[in-house]
Each structure stands twice: as structure tokens, then as C-alpha cells.
Design a protein around this ligand. Structure first.
Ligand code: PBG
Length: 330
């Protein structure tokens, strides 16, 4: 049957009809708000390239997550900005003094119902800004994946001990998921899931984040371990390895320019799939919105819905708070 008997516009005539046939929805339970926790006290620094996003000291971050909880959000992703960075990134596994460990303990007390997910990586903690242990290979400093594994495991266990509900390794370190899974299981944390940044691309969309987390590499870049933006089939191989190594949730990052990858990953594995709507994507919407060139609220919801349509179950997004506060979804 075709036109004129069939008219698809019939089911678009009013909001009730549109609602009945709507295929995808964004819900607050899909959203995770990233938060930057800064050492020190009484800090709430707005991040210039990410209007509406702040670096918070621990006590302010606690108040902030309570606000998010009251708005109906239930999960946050934590990044730490330590006082002291060193060659190894030792603050990241400092059980007592580590910035993330302090934040986790305080947050668990302040807002026990909030799910605390921690970004597990070294670039915010190392003096050189790279995601692990560096070695000299013929005069060039490169990331040593194997030497990073032990430290990665230490960091993840330390986060779990301090109260992390889930760990999210973001470094694209070969073998990283297995190393973390094994270490967590040995330390009685077999109930702590891993959200793996499985298909993470070497993207220019991370620009504003590197200001926010002070994690820009001091030399070189991350193209030797993060994925090449041109590759699609390789993402499946990356995800497959993480699944075999024990990932509970797999992630695609960034989002907007990688909708095909989200779709492939969900269709191939059928696993809980997350997408990271990264800092540069947020900054673009905010900048164009501030100029009055786009309706930022409508564009934001269209982007989030696009992620759902592509197959994402979970969306890590800096828009989470405003969506919960102002955009009228429950
Ligand atoms: C690494 C990490 C990065 C982001 C999340 N985790 C930066 C990078 O890989 O260079 C980027 C997130 C964003 O841009 O919003 N710890």
C-alpha cells in the first residue's frame, strides 16, 4: 500500500499521536553528570570553555551532588585534580591523601544514594600529562602499556576501597580491563562493575576537558594509544577485547561524530552501551546558544535523543544537570 491510502503524517497530527509512536526517550536514569573535584577548600571555579561547569573542592562537590540527587539524577563520574603531580601519578592511588579518595569518602557520607563512578587514568595525576608510565624508546618518550597495568590496578582498588561504586578506565591501555578485574576480584571487590572506555578516539573534541582537568600532555599526544578517528571496524575489535577481559559496560567516545560506532557496538554485542558526550561537544552547543544562533535547549535534547536512537543506554554528559533542572523530563 502506498500514497494516498497510506499517509505517515497521520500519526504526527498532534502531540498525543506523536507520543504514542515515539520510539526513543531520554530519561534521567540514562544520564551521568561528570564532576571535576579540585584539591583545596572553598573552590568553585567556572571552566571558561565549558560555561555552567565548575571545578569544586570536596565540600562543594558534596553539596553539588546532593543538589543533583534532589533533581532526580543518580550517577556522577568523578575526575580528580590533585595538588601534586609527579612522574608516576601517585596521588591517584593514595588511599588517604588522594583527591578522589577524599572525595569518595566525603560523598558517600553526604549523599549515600548517589552512584559514584570514577575515571581511572593517569593524565590528571602525572607531571607529563600522559595516561600512564612513559619509557624512552630510541630517544622518543612513549607510553608503556605493560608497565602501566600494575599502577592501573592499584588505582582502581584504591578507588573501590574509598567507596567507588563503579570504575571507568579511560586510558585505552592494552590489557587494562583484565588487570583491573583481576585486582578488584582479589581484594573482595568482585561486585564492583567496570565501565570501559572501549572505543575511545584520539579526538580534538577533548580540548575544553584538558583545561578543566588540567590534563593536557606536556609533549606529544595520545594518538599512539587512542583510536584513529578514521576507523570503524577496529572499534569492534577494541570492544570485543574489553568484553573478554570483563567489561560490564562498554563506552564509545566522543559521541556526535561517532554515531555509527555506537550503533555498531550495540548491534554487535547487545551489551549495556554508554556514550560520552564530551567537552568539545558541550562547548559548541553552549557557544552557539549564547550567540543566539541555535536554540541550545532544543539542540541538546535532539543530541541526547540521537544517542538513544543510535543505541546508547547510558549518556555521560555535562548537560545532565540542566536537563534535570530545566528541561522538563523525569
Ligand atoms: C582521560 C579522559 C579524557 C576525557 C575523559 N577522560 C581526556 C583525554 O583522553 O585526553 C575527555 C572528556 C571530555 O572531553 O569531556 N582521563
Amino acid at each position: 500500500m502506498g500514497f494516498p491510502e497510506m499517509r505517515l503524517s497521520r500519526m504526527r497530527g498532534n502531540e498525543v499521536f506523536r507520543g504514542m509512536v515515539r520510539e526513543n526517550k531520554v530519561e534521567l536514569s540514562d544520564l551521568v553528570q561528570p564532576i571535576f573535584v579540585h584539591h583545596g577548600e572553598n573552590i568553585k571555579n567556572e571552566i571558561k570553555s565549558m560555561p555552567g561547569q565548575f571545578q569544586y573542592s570536596v565540600e562543594n562537590a558534596c553539596a553539588y551532588i546532593q543538589e543533583l540527587y534532589d533533581l532526580g539524577l543518580r550517577a556522577v563520574l568523578l575526575f580528580g585534580i590533585p595538588k601534586v603531580k609527579d612522574e608516576q601519578g601517585s596521588d591517584s592511588w593514595d588511599d588517604q591523601g588522594g583527591i578522589i579518595q577524599q572525595a569518595l569518602r566525603a560523598m558517600k557520607q553526604a549523599c549515600p544514594g548517589m552512584m559514584l563512578i570514577t575515571d581511572v587514568c593517569f593524565c590528571e595525576y602525572t607531571s607529563h600529562g600522559h595516561c600512564g608510565v612513559m619509557v624512552d624508546r630510541g630517544g622518543e618518550m612513549v607510553l608503556d602499556h605493560d608497565a602501566t597495568l600494575e599502577k592501573l590496578a592499584l588505582q582502581a582498588v584504591s578507588h573501590a576501597m574509598a567507596g567507588a561504586d563503579m570504575v571507568a578506565p579511560s586510558g585505552m591501555i592494552d590489557g587494562g580491563i583484565a588487570a583491573i578485574r583481576q585486582a578488584l576480584d582479589m581484594e573482595d571487590f568482585n561486585h564492583i562493575p567496570i565501565m570501559a572506555y572501549s572505543a575511545k578516539y584520539a579526538s580534538s573534541f577533548y580540548g575544553p576537558f584538558r583545561d578543566a582537568a588540567d590534563g593536557a600532555p606536556k609533549y606529544g599526544d595520545r594518538r599512539t594509544h587512542q583510536m584513529d578517528c578514521a576507523n570503524r571496524a577496529e572499534a569492534i575489535r577494541e570492544v570485543e577485547l574489553d568484553v573478554v577481559e570483563g567489561a560490564d559496560i562498554v563506552m564509545v567516545k566522543p559521541g556526535l561524530a561517532y554515531m555509527d560506532v555506537i550503533n555498531d557496538v550495540k548491534a554487535t554485542f547487545g551489551l549495556p552501551t554508554a556514550v560520552y558526550n564530551v567537552s568539545g561537544e558541550y562547548a559548541m552547543v553552549k557557544a552557539a546558544g549564547a550567540q543566539g544562533w541555535i536554540d541550545a535547549e532544543a539542540v541538546t535534547m535532539e543530541i541526547l535523543l540521537g544517542f538513544k536512537r543510535a543505541g546508547a543506554d547510558i549518556i555521560l554528559t555535562y548537560h545532565a544537570e540542566e536537563v534535570a533542572r530545566d528541561f522538563g523530563i523525569k
